[in-house]
Write a protein that binds this ligand. Structure first.
Ligand code: BES
Ligand code: ZN
Length: 617
């Protein structure tokens, strides 16, 4: 599981009534739609809260509508008023429903007169699921506090009351006040030269879905990486980040050549503290990124290719519901591969495609049938459940298959046309298919049947004839691994000196789930995996070492788990530990120390995992 290992198989069943539009939102877009958000926020670090005023511009759809229904989670509402065309404010009655664990609290505002604008005055909770607050001591430079948002999937509602569904798009502007010396950034054009005077304004003129609302604030320096790109990071890491991401302009220009102009103006990257729960998040104009990709050799820059690719697949053409998330992530993973191929070569692109395809082949069979489908039956999935490898890796595999069948030239033209056709819209899988049928499948007859398309999209598992790239380097590694495990090749005789990050990942990924302890110890003695500065390698190595019973790695694993809050890099180590009673006790100890530095989401995932393991005991 790439993103949310513990939640990926959730079995949340939503009531059928809620499932009519977006089962993960209370909003009623057939009644009324938010078209613009005007946000006024004060960042209160001591109280760990945002004091907010959200003014929503409304487009009434149903003349008989009586109310405006919004999504919220753990917001304290102070007052709500209607704003007339003349700017006059009148108080409105409202009801905040009890909190649903998944969806938060439905906010129903009585609006029989269909005001043009509604203003909500509120504060966020210190435990808001979409925000993390860090003390100065928890940052790299220890000078100022830090805070950042992570709104995808349904956490925007924990810091702004709104229609929190990807089907609904709005423009926004914002005014944010913060302590002096703090820099505030948002998912809009940012001004690198902005004075640190505690007073920031932003304007996002393009209609975006709520999950792309983002904010970050802290001791943030800026360094240019190109004519329309820069990195934002704490001062002590900004140079390292600028070096790692120095190819950003090349990546943007390459993607433009393939799929048309970059529509957003600037493309900046904010490097967050290591507690950021994901690898990257494609916030418009300002990708949020984990510092764990700063390994010095640019080997994990695919993360930038991925988040940048979302500027077309996801941010321009958006999945209308979480059930359709593969339209974002599968298309983006495909585009990511194309960028990697163009900028870093086919060998690396093929390695990355193979790594993910092999991992999916290994994992998909154990998933519930519905989760194996690109477009699952929405009744069986919650918002964060659709985030498995299926959306990414089966999705991109499908598009690579299409490319092979239709030929690169025609498929590229098709995809470019698809982005142009649906630009600035949120669409369902079925709308994508309605476009694909005449514009690809029927336009070039004899390449792929409609039945095959349906098997890819609605079928379980992976089609048997799904094509895989060939990687001679990976083939050699398979052979070396086999020989090593068979005792025919000593660990220090592995030809690993020249292995890149992906090749180490591949070697480790395909070791047996529980490898023999002596083999693991030989490997570590020869290649010093314990303490590796590369967390992708570290996550895989520690998982194996823990599973194989190598207690010598425990302290280093604990250090990794305490320092890094990125779910994908840390949760697998908890999973490995909780399999034995000793390990479980140790994992609890590690968590007790690490918890204060974790994002609310990481806390939730680790707590559920530990609880489950304790119950099973
Ligand atoms: N949009 C996702 C992150 C995400 C998805 C967050 C769903 C919450 C819910 C982002 O683009 C992503 O895929 N990140 C990956 C990057 C990797 C594929 C290079 C990640 O965080 O690991
Ligand atoms: Zn993505």
């Amino acid at each position: 599981m790439r993103l949310l290992p513990a939640l990926a198989f959730g079995t949340l069943m939503l009531p059928l009534a809620a499932y009519a539009s977006d089962p993960n939102s209370y909003a009623q877009p057939d009644q009324v739609r938010v078209t613009h958000l005007d946000l006024d926020l004060k960042i209160d670090f001591p109280q760990r809260q945002l004091d907010g005023r959200a003014t929503l511009k409304l487009e009434w759809k149903n003349p008989k509508a009586q109310s405006l229904v919004l999504d919220t989670r753990d917001l304290k509402i102070a007052k709500i008023e209607a704003l007339g065309a003349d700017g006059k404010a009148t108080p409105l009655k409202y009801a905040l429903a009890p909190r649903d664990k998944q969806l938060g609290s439905k906010l129903t505002i009585a609006t029989p007169k269909h005001p043009a604008q509604v203003r909500i005055v509120y504060t966020t909770s210190p435990d808001a699921s979409g925000l993390q607050w860090l003390t100065p001591a928890q940052t790299a430079d220890k000078k100022l506090p830090f805070m950042f948002s992570q709104s995808e999937s349904i956490h925007a509602r924990s810091w702004v009351p709104l229609q929190d569904s990807p089907a609904i798009r709005f423009t926004y502007d914002a005014h944010v006040s913060a302590p002096k010396d703090v820099r505030v950034v948002m998912s809009a054009i940012n001004d690198a030269k902005h004075p640190l005077n505690g007073d920031f304004t932003f304007d996002q003129p393009h209609p975006i879905p709520s999950y792309l609302l983002a904010i970050g604030a802290g001791d943030i320096a800026v360094k240019e990486t190109g004519p329309r790109s820069a990195v934002y990071a704490e001062p002590s890491i900004v140079d390292k980040a600028a070096h790692e991401f120095e190819d950003t302009e090349k990546l943007i220009a390459t993607t433009e050549q393939l799929y048309g102009p970059y529509a957003w103006g600037r493309y900046d990257i904010l490097v967050l503290p290591p507690s950021f729960p994901y690898g990257g998040m494609e916030n418009p104009n300002m990708t949020f990124a984990t510092p764990t990709v700063l390994v010095g050799d640019k080997s994990l820059v695919s993360l930038v290719s991925h988040e940048l690719a979302h500027s077309w697949s996801g941010n321009l053409v958006t999945s209308a519901a979480w059930r359709d998330i593969w339209l974002n992530e599968g298309f983006t993973t495909y585009v990511q591969g194309r960028i990697t191929e163009a900028v870093y070569g086919k060998s690396l692109a093929d390695e990355e495609a193979l790594l993910s395809a092999r991992a999916l082949q290994k994992s998909i069979g154990a998933m519930p049938v519905n989760s194996q489908k690109l477009a699952p039956d929405p009744r069986g999935v919650g918002a964060d459940d659709s985030l498995s490898d299926v959306a990414y890796d089966k999705g991109s595999w499908f598009l690579r298959t299409l490319e092979l069948r239709f030929g690169r030239e025609d498929f590229d033209a098709y995809l470019k046309g698809y982005f142009a056709h649906f630009a600035w819209h949120s669409i369902s899988t079925e709308q994508m298919l309605d476009y694909m049928k005449p514009n690809l499948i029927e336009k070039y007859p004899g390449k792929m049947s409609w039945d095959e398309v349906k098997v890819w999209v609605y079928g379980e598992g992976i089609p048997k004839d799904a094509p895989l790239p060939d990687s001679p380097r990976f083939n050699t590694i398979d052979q070396e691994r086999t020989d090593f495990l068979a005792g025919k090749l000593d660990a220090d005789k592995l030809d690993a000196k020249g292995w890149n990050t992906q090749e180490w990942m591949y070697f480790l990924d395909r070791l047996p789930d529980v490898a023999p302890l002596d083999k693991l110890q030989q490997l570590d003695a020869a290649w010093h995996l314990t303490g590796t500065p590369n967390a992708e390698i570290g996550m895989r190595w520690y998982s194996h070492a823990i599973a194989g019973g190598d207690k010598a790695v425990w302290t280093a694993a604990a250090e990794h788990m305490t320092r890094i809050g990125r779910l994908y890099l840390t949760v697998p180590l908890y999973k490995a530990f909780v399999k034995t009673p000793d390990g479980l006790a140790y994992a609890e100890q590690v968590y007790a120390k690490a918890k204060a530095g974790y994002h609310p989401l990481t806390q939730q995932v680790v707590e559920e995992l530990i609880d489950k393991a304790k119950k099973a005991k």
